[in-house]
Design a protein around this ligand. Structure first.
Ligand code: PMV
Length: 327
């Protein structure tokens, strides 16, 4: 029976977003979503279950986690202990290779890596769907960081069928994400709270009713490598999520002025013939997705854009994977 395991998982960027839960405790989403993993960026997590430990110890980038962020990890480890029928405390050490505080959502990679490392450390070998369901309990979007490439998370009827699967491998279409970092600060309202507010917007119903259509269009666009079709549907989907956020009570406005300038600019670059589109998560940073042959051009344009602090470039990435298991 193993006691120490190390896993790596990538963050992901959604083209069709997840916003709002049917069940907050189980993190059952209000709608299906679709994303691509971001290779090159990763969280590496080592988990050791140790009878000598009195309580869980959680470290992130060399610093001990305290308070609610630590509790969230402890609650997740409780789920894993329940699955394995073991009651050992763990030491968790996690590191991100992308700059801390770059404003990139890291919970998806974090809980995908933690799900894989913690179960392997207790000798559990879960198949991909079960692992994706488990990762979902830590952070919804983490369900999508378990499989590789282009990934769809089906909402499911309940816990058993709410998991993500790959709809195409990374080599199917080597898209690149150039992330324009506009603000490095942590978000004022985190996504767990944001999901709770989604239903207070009268626009959420319309967004949910139309979600199967957007998923269908995005899926087809990916299968056919139809960039223009993916660009249009992903930009519309991002706008619809932010429209819900902005019309929630209280309203959530994640954009900065520069975010809006960038959205306008990217749309005009596309009209000039640059294959690029934008999408924004629960923050002001702008993800600019492009075909590989335009990546350098897009990166340069973003680096020269007033108000952009940094540009992080990521190619499409593979699944979460174990990199070490020790007895
Ligand atoms: O996994 P969470 O609870 O951090 O939610 C992620 C929500 C968005 O990033 C805004 C959209 C998405 O589908 O990734």
């Amino acid at each position: 029976m193993e006691t120490t395991a190390t896993a790596i998982a990538h963050p992901n960027i959604a083209f069709i977003k997840y916003w709002g839960n049917r069940d907050a405790e189980l993190r059952l989403p209000a709608n299906g979503s679709l994303s691509m993993n971001l290779g090159g960026l990763f969280t590496r997590t080592c988990v050791r279950f140790d009878p000598a430990l009195a309580q869980d110890e959680v470290w992130l980038n060399g610093q001990p986690l305290e308070g609610e962020p630590r509790e969230r990890v402890v609650r997740f480890l409780d789920l894993v202990r329940g699955l394995a029928g073991r009651n050992l405390a763990a030491r968790v050490e996690s590191e991100n290779n992308f700059p801390a505080g770059a404003g990139l959502a890291s919970s998806a990679a974090a809980f995908a890596a933690l799900a894989l490392a913690s179960t392997a450390a207790l000798g559990l070998h879960l198949d991909e769907a079960v692992l994706s369901r488990l990762a979902r309990r830590g952070s919804g979007s983490a369900a999508r960081s378990v499989p590789g490439g282009f990934v769809e998370w089906q909402p499911g009827r309940g816990d058993a069928d709410s998991y993500a699967f790959s709809i195409a491998p990374p080599e199917h279409w080597p898209l690149v994400d150039c992330v324009a970092i506009v603000e490095a600060a942590h978000k004022a309202v985190g996504s767990s709270q944001g999901h709770r507010l989604a239903a207070t917007s009268p626009l959420q119903v319309a967004r949910l009713v139309d979600a199967p259509r957007r998923l269908r269009v995005a899926r087809q666009a990916i299968w056919r490598c139809d960039f223009e079709a993916l660009a249009e549907i992903a930009e519309q989907d991002s706008m619809m999520m932010h429209a819900v956020m902005m019309t929630s009570r209280p309203p959530l406005i994640y954009w900065q002025g520069v975010s809006v300038d960038l959205m306008r600019a990217v749309a005009s670059w596309r009209r000039e013939g640059v294959a690029a589109f934008y999408t924004l998560d629960a923050g002001p940073n702008v993800h600019v997705i492009c075909l590989p042959e335009y990546a350098e051009n897009v990166q340069r344009r973003l680096q020269n854009f007033p108000g952009v602090r940094e540009v992080i470039v990521a190619e499409i990435g593979g699944p979460a994977r174990l990199v070490g298991v020790q007895g």
